[in-house]
Design a protein around this ligand. Structure first.
Ligand code: AMP
Ligand code: MG
Length: 337
């Protein structure tokens, strides 16, 4: 199949692909998604096929406005409306009890469903025009870094999807925060663009799922099924070095072998001559690091590196999401200085 390139002028065409059961690459503020009609089990199965995604890893339903929540969820707690009022449209997914209309294919048989209203006007317009919720995971082949541009998504999906809607690079750059509102206290399953600190302002106590900060042991079941899989990984092995930036740079300099690559802050871009270097932004700018982390990881797949050494961001604010993705890319292979 030839994948069509669509723009913001093609909203009706994009909506038609969804209603006829096709796969559509959708822009969002977090990462590009691989979308399909979330009420059509065959279309949803095609998402799993195109990504090579394990069947037990559920998808998120994307809606254009908060008032669609009642179509697909029941027993919605007041906290969901409080979070929607503050953070939607935006990079926040809420886990809520699902209604029977939501197919098992979306939820992997769970009795809950992840709901999100993305901060991307074009995508919301397409969903409104199609008048169906859009089930969408990140638009990468399973296991690879998520795509933050249409070109990155086409590296993985060209020829496998009907079309991709290009709306430029993603503004946030890491996937949505996932908060489970079916438990007390609410539980953070995945850190993202809405920070833990912001959630605590609205919700009070928030529990952080173990899978956010450490590797799950074999047989352990994280609450977000996706968190148990190897993820975001470039082909070469990654080691993350935690500590004060000038110390981590000095440590990495000592460790580099011929063929090693480096992921570093902008300030250190000239510190590793003779090695491929990908910068992720200034050390003190975690929002810039979030925008660049996946492109940096993807870039090494086009370079012939044997291993990758990465300076670790701090884990405050959106930094928690950046370190989570980087640590997962490294299989939690972390050196603490
Ligand atoms: P992706 O869209 O590729 O970022 O993947 C969606 C993430 O949401 C995965 O980590 C899923 O495990 C998680 N997720 C989706 N639905 C649920 C649910 N009902 N309960 C817990 N986690 C979920
Ligand atoms: Mg994903």
């Amino acid at each position: 199949m030839e994948t069509q390139r669509l723009t913001a002028h093609d909203i009706e065409r994009a909506a038609g692909i969804l209603t006829s059961g096709g796969l559509l690459g959708i822009p969002t503020e977090t990462v590009y998604g691989l979308g399909a009609n979330g009420l059509n089990p065959d279309a949803v199965h095609a998402i799993f096929e195109a990504k090579g995604r394990p069947q037990d890893n559920p998808l998120i339903l994307h809606i254009p406005t908060e008032d669609w929540l009642e179509r697909y969820c029941e027993d919605i707690p007041a906290t969901a409306y409080a979070l929607a009022a503050r953070f939607w449209p935006g990079p926040l997914t809420m886990i809520l009890p699902r209604k029977p209309i939501v197919p098992d294919a979306v939820t992997a048989g769970l009795d809950t469903v992840g709901m999100r209203c993305p901060d991307c006007a074009v995508t919301r317009a397409v969903i409104t025009a199609a008048d169906v919720p859009v089930a969408a995971p990140s638009g990468n082949t399973s296991g690879r870094p998520s795509p933050t541009t249409a070109a990155a998504m086409l590296e993985d999906m060209d020829g496998k999807i009907e079309a991709i809607l290009d709306d430029g690079p993603c503004a946030v750059g890491v996937e949505s925060t996932i908060i489970d509102l079916t438990v007390i206290p609410p539980r953070l399953l995945r850190p993202g663009g809405v920070t833990l600190e912001e959630l605590e302002e609205t919700l009070g106590e928030v529990e952080v799922d173990e899978a956010v900060r450490r590797l799950m042991a074999p047989g352990e079941q994280p609450k977000a099924p996706g968190m148990k899989y190897r993820h975001y990984a470039p082909k070469a092995p990654v080691t993350v070095v935690k500590g004060e930036p000038s110390c981590t740079a000095a440590y990495i300099q000592l460790k580099l072998q011929q063929g090693s690559g480096v992921i570093c802050f902008d300030e250190f871009k000239d510190s590793f001559p003779d090695h491929p270097v990908e910068t992720i932004g200034p050390a003190a700018d975690p929002a810039a690091q979030a925008r660049h982390i996946f492109e940096a990881l993807r870039a090494f797949d086009h370079l012939d590196v044997t291993d990758i050494w990465a300076q670790s961001p701090s884990d405050e604010g959106i930094g928690l999401a950046v370190t989570n993705r980087l640590n997962k890319a490294a299989g939690f292979h972390i050196v603490e200085l």
